[in-house]
Design a protein around this ligand. Structure first.
Ligand SMILES: Cc1cc2nc3c(=O)[nH]c(=O)nc-3n(C[C@H](O)[C@H](O)[C@H](O)COP(=O)(O)OP(=O)(O)OC[C@H]3O[C@@H](n4cnc5c(N)ncnc54)[C@H](O)[C@@H]3O)c2cc1C
Length: 401
């Protein structure tokens, strides 16, 4: 009987094993995860779960029972420590398992601050796992003073939650503006203003020299010499893909685990999906860190393992919740040369449209679901309004579809 092993019991790994069964695969499936809990959703970790508004059970993608009901063996609580690609074996918790096909869906790891600048002091947190968030729960309390290092989505979401819980929050961002890596200046401006309205201090073009404290963090020295009193810090400065197992298997690496359009690594019996995998896209190689990508890519690979392979074509979308603002993003803005802002009907609703020449690439919609839906449908259909049409408030966007 054929045995498919999936290493990494997160969003992609869980989607893949479920899809394999849904497609009628009757062989053996083993899903191995180093965390001690069944696969769960990460987005609420920096949103409702951190706020205490979402119970643990609701984080789980499926109840644990689901896996045994579908004859999927879940092996939790130990990392896979070795792969022998010639023998087609993996090692986990002292046990050796043999596979026919293997998928690596090991996700990514948040970058940490070096110990030399206080990165290992108590009270310095990252937000990736349930354990990370549980570890910060006691710190995020009314009256505490927090430093958030990094003004990306994770840092800003954590800032919003901490603020809602009565924490005094300072966000520092080394780049010229928050969200610089992922969004246009207009979107950065929107969120800067939103956080200012909620009394969060955002310091751009400001780095961290060091965190200070005896055992536990109690202060921070910023790059402009400012000293801050700090009760806890959250570090949100990006992630690195978990590629070490693929490296051990001799697979090609390139900004993560390099896969072809079908999701195969340079070893055709080893596949990879999710945060850890880079894949070909419009002449480039990209890696996406989003739920949609993890699910769709994993499901495509499940189908490809079982039948005639089909290329994975991402339909990128992403979201972020900060205070009462829901940001929805359709498409990928890489390479844009022009943006157009459209005000929505309601106070605070707005969309930012990204173009390369006359071609629509992406839309950021803040509390404005309609432009998001329309932009997404147009991007997926390969259609494009012109920048002038989008910029004209009289244009009925729906009519352009
Ligand atoms: C706080 C937070 C908020 C987010 N918000 C959003 C959002 O709003 N929208 C959005 O689209 N995306 C969001 N994301 C990103 C999204 O959650 C990830 O892109 C997605 O989880 C990637 O899925 P994955 O399966 O590749 O990785 P993961 O879900 O991280 O799963 C990988 C699993 O592999 C395990 N693993 C690693 N190495 C080994 C090993 N050697 N052996 C066994 N197991 C191993 C890990 O422990 C982990 O459980 C957020 C992420 C975080 C952390």
């Amino acid at each position: 009987m054929s045995h498919i092993i999936v290493v990494g019991a997160g969003q992609a790994g869980s989607s893949m094993v479920v899809k394999l069964r849904n497609l009628g695969f009757e062989g053996k499936i083993t899903l191995v995860g180093e965390e001690p809990v069944p696969p769960y959703q990460r987005p609420p970790l920096s949103k409702k779960y951190l706020l205490g508004e979402m119970a643990l059970e609701r984080l789980y993608l499926r109840p644990e029972q689901f896996y045994s009901d579908h004859n999927i063996e879940l092996k939790l609580g130990n990392p896979v420590t070795a792969i022998d690609a010639d023998a087609k074996t993996i090692t986990v918790g002292g046990e050796t398992l043999t596979y026919d096909q293997l998928a690596i869906t090991t996700g990514s790891t948040p970058r940490q601050l070096p110990a030399a600048i206080g990165g290992t002091l108590e009270g310095v947190h990252v937000v990736r796992t349930l354990a990370d968030v549980d570890a910060m729960a006691n710190d995020v309390k009314d009256g505490a003073k927090a430093l958030i290092v990094g003004g990306g989505y994770i840092g800003l979401e954590a800032a919003a939650v901490a603020r809602k819980m009565g924490v005094a929050v300072t966000v520092i961002e080394m780049a010229n503006r928050i969200l610089q890596r992922v969004a246009a200046p207009e979107t950065s401006d929107y969120f800067r203003e939103l956080h200012a309205q909620n009394d969060v201090t955002i310091l751009e073009k400001t780095g961290l020299t060091r965190l200070t404290g005896e055992g536990r963090v109690s202060g921070a020295e910023l790059s402009d010499g400012t000293m801050l009193a700090v009760d806890f810090a959250i570090v949100g400065v990006g992630v690195t893909p978990n590629h070490s197992l693929a490296e051990m298997a001799g697979a090609t690496l390139d900004n993560g685990i390099a896969v072809n359009e079908f999701g195969q690594t340079s070893d055709p019996t080893i596949w990879s999906a999710g945060d850890c995998a880079s894949f070909p896209y419009q002449g480039n190689r990209i890696r996406l860190e989003s739920v949609q990508n993890a699910i769709d890519q994993a499901e495509q690979i499940a189908a490809n393992m079982l039948g005639e392979p089909t290329a994975y074509v991402p339909k990128p979308w992403f979201w972020s919740d900060q205070y009462d603002t829901k940001l929805q993003i359709a498409g990928l803005n890489t390479g844009y040369d022009q943006t157009v802002v459209r005000k929505g009907d309601k106070e605070g609703s707005q969309s930012v449209w990204y173009f390369k020449g006359d071609q629509l690439l992406a839309v950021d919609a803040m509390n404005d679901p309609r432009p998001y839906m329309i932009g997404k449908r147009m991007i997926e259909a390969g259609k494009s309004p012109t920048p002038a049409q989008v910029g004209d408030p009289a244009t009925d966007l729906k009519a352009l579809m």
